[in-house]
Design a binder for this molecule. Structure first.
Ligand code: HEC
Ligand code: HEC
Ligand code: HEC
Ligand code: HEC
Ligand code: HEC
Ligand code: HEC
Ligand code: HEC
Ligand code: HEC
Ligand code: HEC
Ligand code: HEC
Ligand code: HEC
Length: 293
């Protein structure tokens, strides 16, 4: 009698210590694993909740025998509700929400049990993304290094965000995570580069066929907003040097200050910001190419 009592006391203590609890999910402790042996195999990521058994998500249907009867085991709630039992719903809401999350298919990207990729993903990134997004848009003559390395998550959230396009921040702040903010915030800042999402007015964040991921070649890009400057009248006229109606070349010939490049708007102006007025590349601009001035 005494022995039985102390045995049950020991058992109670052991249960309280979690001895029979859920640290492992070997077949002896989880009867489901007797037959569902694949859940015993090691994997890159295993859903932590499996350790406490299968009943966190599945239940046996009364009156039916498993596995003989169809539908003998069901989810306690449909996806994604069953996931929201433990995962804070707010993470899946925001200004922009990923459509597959809106249409409630967590399992489009995650295996609910375990996976050979990190974070229970069904595939690695970016391969997973290219299942639904045309890969060719991310491949071109020049590719943004983080895109080329498949680091989609360095700019995007997978589910939802308080910014547009599931971004972790709006440009330019997003871009300053990796690009030195000082280069874009000198004394005179180009209005186009300063406004929210301004970087996207000129650059493709992923890939492109022009240098520096530009949406168009430099000259075309600049005159898309400054059509009045395309003839070069502004350069000489404004200096009031008495050249009358002369037109300064702005394209088509070599740039004397940079022999490997052709003359264009950025031979004299920086597209981002400058310590000099008119976004000039340097003080005494004319001297850059004309010794006589
Ligand atoms: C006696 C062996 C056995 C045991 C024990 C067992 N299963 Fe199954 N289970 C099966 C077989 C066989 C299938 C059918 C497999 C198939 O169709 O590919 C199955 C299918 C399933 C399915 C998918 C089909 C369905 O019915 O919706 C789920 C979910 C499932 N089992 C969960 C469980 C859970 C949870 C447990 C523990 C409570 C469990 N099983 C215990 C053998 C077993
Ligand atoms: C976090 C919730 C969750 C837990 C815990 C869970 N499952 Fe599932 N299981 C699911 C969901 C969701 C599906 C349906 C997957 C789908 O629709 O593609 C599923 C499907 C299945 C299936 C059929 C598809 C397949 O992958 O073979 C089996 C079998 C299964 N579960 C067995 C188990 C067993 C055994 C356990 C415990 C070791 C378990 N599950 C624990 C959520 C869970
Ligand atoms: C009973 C609670 C519970 C339920 C239900 C649940 N999870 Fe989890 N999930 C957890 C816990 C606990 C972790 C580990 C949390 C951590 O590491 O911070 C986790 C982690 C995850 C992870 C990250 C895994 C990793 O390796 O980093 C993913 C993805 C995930 N769950 C998806 C789901 C999905 C999809 C569903 C619905 C099918 C679901 N969960 C349902 C408890 C749950
Ligand atoms: C379009 C694919 C996709 C869908 C759909 C999706 N996820 Fe994820 N999820 C991911 C990716 C990718 C990560 C890993 C992000 C990383 O590497 O930091 C992730 C990470 C997670 C994590 C780990 C914690 C975190 O936020 O990093 C949890 C938990 C999670 N997802 C749960 C869910 C649930 C629940 C659903 C359904 C409501 C869902 N996911 C739908 C792609 C998806
Ligand atoms: C299951 C399909 C699916 C997968 C997998 C998927 N997406 Fe999507 N995603 C969509 C759909 C559908 C849209 C809406 C149409 C579009 O913009 O192409 C979308 C839109 C987006 C958007 C724009 C959101 C907005 O607010 O306009 C981003 C950013 C995005 N996905 C990134 C990713 C990344 C990164 C991955 C990989 C981690 C990924 N997607 C994986 C289906 C998917
Ligand atoms: C350097 C940051 C950055 C990286 C890395 C990045 N993106 Fe984006 N992505 C953006 C920005 C910024 C936008 C918004 C563009 C706009 O509004 O014009 C965007 C938009 C999108 C969109 C919406 C449709 C579109 O083209 O405008 C999808 C889909 C998308 N990204 C998928 C991906 C995928 C998949 C990867 C990885 C292969 C990835 N992104 C990597 C910054 C990034
Ligand atoms: C996760 C880090 C990261 C983020 C965020 C990022 N970039 Fe980059 N970017 C790089 C790296 C690395 C390079 C290559 C080295 C360099 O030029 O600094 C690069 C290069 C560039 C180039 C030159 C490409 C070429 O072919 O010459 C442009 C243009 C660019 N980034 C624009 C942006 C814009 C616009 C944003 C914000 C939407 C942004 N970047 C956000 C990492 C990043
Ligand atoms: C008005 C158009 C325009 C805007 C807006 C713009 N850029 Fe640029 N960017 C350019 C041009 C043109 C070049 C190529 C410069 C050259 O060839 O001398 C360039 C080059 C770059 C480079 C390559 C390195 C360098 O400085 O030459 C990076 C990185 C870059 N831009 C990031 C950004 C970021 C971040 C933003 C937003 C803060 C931004 N750009 C806004 C036009 C623009
Ligand atoms: C998306 C439209 C847009 C594009 C593209 C654009 N700009 Fe601008 N730019 C502006 C706006 C708006 C202003 C401010 C109003 C004004 O002076 O017209 C401005 C002003 C300027 C100024 C005067 C700055 C000052 O401090 O006085 C220069 C110089 C300039 N841009 C050069 C360029 C060059 C070079 C390019 C091509 C690399 C370019 N812009 C492309 C919109 C644009
Ligand atoms: C050879 C050098 C040079 C080149 C090339 C050049 N600019 Fe200028 N730009 C100047 C000078 C000098 C001024 C100063 C005008 C003033 O003081 O009023 C100026 C001023 C400007 C201004 C602001 C003043 C105004 O007139 O509104 C804009 C905008 C501008 N340039 C755009 C462009 C664009 C676009 C291109 C390419 C089509 C271009 N520039 C090519 C030298 C140049
Ligand atoms: C980036 C180089 C560059 C800068 C900076 C530059 N120029 Fe020029 N300029 C040229 C080139 C190239 C030509 C045509 C070839 C030549 O005559 O040297 C030219 C031609 C001229 C001509 C016509 C000469 C002739 O013989 O017809 C005048 C005048 C002139 N520039 C004035 C200026 C003034 C004033 C400035 C400063 C506001 C200036 N330039 C800045 C490159 C530049």
């Amino acid at each position: 009698m005494k022995n039985v009592k102390s045995l049950s006391l020991i058992a109670t203590v052991l249960i309280a210590l979690g001895f029979f609890g859920s640290r492992t999910y070997a077949a002896e402790e989880n009867p489901c694993l007797v037959c569902h042996v694949k859940f015993n195999k090691p994997a890159t990521s295993v859903h932590a909740v499996l350790a406490s058994g299968c009943q966190a998500c599945h239940m046996t249907v009364e009156g039916k025998k498993h596995p003989e009867h169809k539908d003998s085991i069901q989810l306690i709630r449909d996806v994604p509700q069953v996931c929201y039992d433990c995962h804070d719903r707010s993470q899946f809401k925001g200004k922009s929400v990923h459509p597959p999350v809106i249409i409630d298919t967590c399992t489009a990207c995650h295996n609910p049990h375990q996976s050979n990729f990190k974070v229970l993903l069904t595939k690695d990134i970016p391969g997973l993304c290219f299942d639904c997004h045309n890969e060719s848009k991310f491949k071109d003559k020049s590719v943004h290094p983080p895109v080329g390395k498949g680091l989609c998550m360095s700019c995007h959230k997978p589910h939802a965000s308080t910014f547009s396009k599931m971004l972790i921040n709006d440009p330019p702040e997003l871009c300053y995570r990796c690009h030195d903010k000082k280069l874009f915030t000198k004394k005179h800042v180009h209005v186009a580069a300063a406004i929210p999402n301004g970087c996207n007015l000129c650059h493709n964040p992923h890939a492109g066929s022009n240098q520096a991921l530009l949406l168009q070649p430099v000259f075309d890009l600049c005159i898309s907003c400054h059509s009045d400057q395309k003839e070069g009248m502004h350069i000489i006229g404004s200096m009031r040097l008495g050249f009358g109606e002369s037109i300064h070349p702005v394209k088509g010939i070599d740039d004397p200050s940079n022999p490997s490049k052709k003359l264009t708007c950025t031979s004299c102006h920086t597209p981002h910001s400058s310590d000099f007025p008119n976004l000039f590349l340097n003080n005494n601009l004319c001297k850059r190419c004309h010794k006589e001035y």
